[in-house]
Design a protein around this ligand. Structure first.
Ligand SMILES: [Zn+2]
Ligand SMILES: [Zn+2]
Length: 339
């Protein structure tokens, strides 16, 4: 075990809309299977905005300041004595869901359903909006030089989209409708096409986001659309019913968005008469290697979603802008360059 001692800058959430840039002690012990990461880039996620706006995580109030941030890339600065696959100086994308690897769900190929997982940036575990953190080596995926720090960070939301696409079992030439043109919806526009979708429709109530989605080959959802697969990625109550309304009989609806209230409702008669298959998307499985392949090959472009970049110290401003949907924001990257 090696000891790490010092101080660092960390952005911490204290309560509703109360993010502060703090200097905090950084004392950590590096276990044999862990690495010390210098954070290079963090994506601000819609799910970071929930705790930011409410000052609580689910139904629990924050009882100590929390560092948010779960979409991130970094540089390996130190490795534990048992780490063989990562060297100091390697750039990595870090999967923020630190699953146990030994429970029934992990062992049966469903690590996303692990009940013992820790999650970077979800209380009580601090996330990546700080300079450095310690991570288990097995969740760190090396990235080649051709993949930027921002793209490496965005493999995380891409992973969610890829898992939703896997769940949907899209057939070649299928008609797919995506509700919500936020970053997940934009990733979905690309992954569903890569999976063989013939038509990709997208709908977002924000006009600039609707327009933004066109660069990925998605077209505006017509009123009379009937899709084989509808993927809800909008967090909105009414879009769940919309999904049921526009999917064809026998079709598939995948729910990816997480509503503010912990309940969703839809008309039973519509879903029943159509005999729908309704799937819940819970994070992702082991998809990082495929995400990396899609980005490296250019079949998916995640960096093009980035509309704003801020240094770590300006994170509070970045969150305010994102929460208010100002300046046509799509994806914000918090940068932490090594210079
Ligand atoms: Zn996210
Ligand atoms: Zn497990």
């Amino acid at each position: 075990m090696s000891e790490i001692q010092g101080q660092q800058t960390a952005v911490r959430l204290y309560g509703p809309s109360d993010l502060r840039v703090d200097t905090v002690p950084f004392d950590a012990t590096l276990a044999p299977d862990e690495v010390l990461i210098r954070v290079l880039a963090t994506g601000v996620c819609g799910s970071d905005l929930h705790p930011y706006e409410t000052g609580s995580i689910g139904s629990t109030e924050l009882n100590s300041p929390l560092v948010l941030g779960h979409e991130f890339s970094g540089l390996v600065e130190q490795v534990g004595s048992a780490v063989e696959n990562l060297a100091v100086g390697t750039r990595v994308a870090v999967d923020p869901a630190w699953v146990c690897g030994t429970c029934r769900e992990c062992m049966s190929g469903n690590p996303n359903l692990c009940r013992r997982q820790r999650f970077c940036g979800l209380a009580p575990d601090d996330g990546s909006l700080r300079e450095r953190l310690v991570a288990p080596a097995r969740f760190c995926h090396p990235v080649p030089d051709s993949v930027s720090d921002a793209s490496a960070a965005l493999l995380e939301p891409l992973g969610i989209a890829l898992h939703a696409t896997d769940l949907a079992r899209i057939r070649v030439g299928a008609k797919v409708a995506i509700l919500g043109a936020g970053p997940i919806g934009l990733c979905l526009a690309q992954t569903t096409r890569a999976a063989g979708a013939g038509t990709v429709w997208i709908h977002d109530p924000l006009e600039y986001r609707q327009k933004f989605a066109e660069q990925y080959g998605a077209i505006a959802l017509p009123d009379d659309a009937e899709a084989d697969v509808v993927i809800e990625a909008a967090w909105a109550r009414e879009s769940v019913q919309r999904a049921m309304d526009i999917v064809r009989p026998g079709g598939t609806v995948v729910l990816v968005g997480i509503p503010f209230e912990d309940t969703v409702s839809f008309k039973h008669s519509v879903a029943r008469r159509k005999g729908l298959t309704i799937l819940m998307c819970r994070r992702m499985k082991n998809v990082y290697a495929r995400c990396l392949q899609l980005v490296e090959s250019g079949r998916v472009n995640v960096e093009s979603m980035v509309t704003h970049r801020f240094p770590l110290k300006e994170t509070p401003h970045a969150f305010e802008l994102n929460a208010k949907y100002q300046q046509q924001v799509v994806k914000i990257i918090i940068e932490n360059p090594t210079t």
